[in-house]
Design a protein around this ligand. Structure first.
Ligand code: GUN
Length: 285
C-alpha cells in the first residue's frame, strides 16, 4: 500500500490567511477582534497571544483584555456588553476554560451573535444544525477548508466523527451534514468503535486520547483528520512531545492524513480571523 498523502496544515492556513487579508482590505475599515481572558493559564496566554499576533499580521485590529482570575462574573458581562455596543468591534472571543466562579453558558449567551467569532452562541449553534452555517466554530471551519483545498470530497461521503465536544466534534458533525456527508457521531460510549470507524470514507478524530485510532480501525484509502494534540513524554532527549489521537502507523493504511503537529492546528487561528472578517462584512451590511 502506498503511504497516505500528507495534508499539511501550514500551507492551507497561509492560503486562508491571504484570503482573509484580501477580504479585510476591501472593507471600509479594518475588522477588529476583541479577546478576553481571565487569569494566567499558560496555554490560554499562549493561544491568545498567537491569535493577536496573526490578526495584526493580516491587517486586522486586535485588542486583548487580560483580566484577573478573580474578576466577578458581573464585571465580565459588563465588559461584553460594552464590546457588543461598540461599533468599532467586529468580533468578540472569550478564551475558555473560564474559572469555576464564572458560568460559561452565561458568558457565551451574552455575546452578540453577530460578533460571536467562536460560533458558540446558541443562535449560531442552532443555525449550523439547521443547515445554515454562518459563524462556525473555528476548528470545524478549518477542517472543511483543508478538505476543500486538497480537493477531497465531502458530499455523499460516509463521514465518522469521533468525539462529541461542543468545540470540535459536534459542530464538525453538523458542518459535514450541512455539506451533504452521511454522518455518524461516535463517542466514549460507542460500542465496537473500530467497526464504526472502519465504515468511514472520511474519519475525523477529536477526543484527546493519544493513538486511540489504530490501523485496523481504518478503511484502506480513507481520509483521516487527526484533531488530537496530546503532550506525551518520550520525545527526543526525554522531553515531552506532541502526538495525535491517531497512531502513526495509520499512515500506512489511509489514503490521506493530517500530521500532528502541523495538521489542523494552524488552520484554527486562520479560521478565527476568517470569522472576524465575515462578522465585519455582515455588520457592514
Ligand atoms: N479554548 C480552547 N479552544 C478554544 C476556542 O476555540 N475558543 C475559545 N474561546 N476558547 C478555547
Amino acid at each position: 500500500m502506498t503511504p497516505a498523502r500528507v495534508l499539511a496544515g501550514p500551507p492551507a492556513a497561509d492560503a486562508l490567511l491571504s484570503d482573509v487579508a484580501a477580504r479585510a482590505a476591501r472593507l471600509p475599515r479594518p475588522p477588529h477582534l476583541a479577546m478576553v481572558r481571565l487569569g494566567d493559564d499558560p496555554a490560554s496566554v499562549s493561544y491568545v497571544r498567537g491569535k493577536d499576533r496573526r490578526a495584526r499580521e493580516v491587517g486586522l485590529g486586535s485588542a486583548v483584555y487580560a483580566l484577573p482570575e478573580t474578576t466577578p462574573q458581573a464585571e465580565l458581562l459588563a465588559l461584553i456588553a460594552r464590546l457588543n455596543a461598540d461599533d468599532a468591534v467586529s468580533g468578540i472571543l472569550v478564551q475558555l476554560p473560564l474559572p469555576a466562579h464564572v458560568s460559561e453558558q452565561a458568558v457565551l449567551h451574552a455575546i452578540d451573535p453577530r460578533k460571536d467569532v467562536d460560533g458558540f452562541h446558541p443562535l449560531n449553534v442552532g443555525e449550523l444544525w439547521a443547515g445554515r452555517p454562518t459563524l462556525i466554530p473555528c476548528t470545524p471551519a478549518g477542517i472543511l477548508y483543508l478538505l476543500d483545498l486538497y480537493g477531497l470530497p465531502v458530499a455523499g461521503q460516509r463521514a465518522v466523527v469521533v468525539g462529541r465536544s461542543p468545540i470540535v466534534g459536534r459542530p464538525t458533525a453538523a458542518l459535514l451534514l450541512a455539506r451533504d456527508a452521511t454522518v455518524t457521531l461516535a463517542h466514549s460510549r460507542t460500542r465496537d468503535l473500530g467497526a464504526v470507524t472502519r465504515e468511514a470514507d472520511l474519519l475525523v478524530v477529536a477526543v484527546g486520547q493519544p493513538h486511540l485510532i489504530t490501523p485496523e480501525m481504518v478503511r484502506p484509502g480513507a481520509t483521516v483528520i487527526d484533531v488530537g494534540i496530546n503532550r506525551v513524554p518520550g520525545g527526543p532527549g526525554g522531553k515531552a512531545h506532541l502526538t495525535g489521537d491517531v497512531h502513526p502507523d495509520v499512515a500506512g493504511v489511509a489514503g490521506a492524513i493530517t500530521p500532528v503537529p502541523g495538521g489542523v492546528g494552524p488552520l484554527t487561528i486562520a479560521a478565527l480571523l476568517a470569522n472576524t472578517v465575515t462578522a465585519a462584512e455582515m455588520q457592514a451590511g
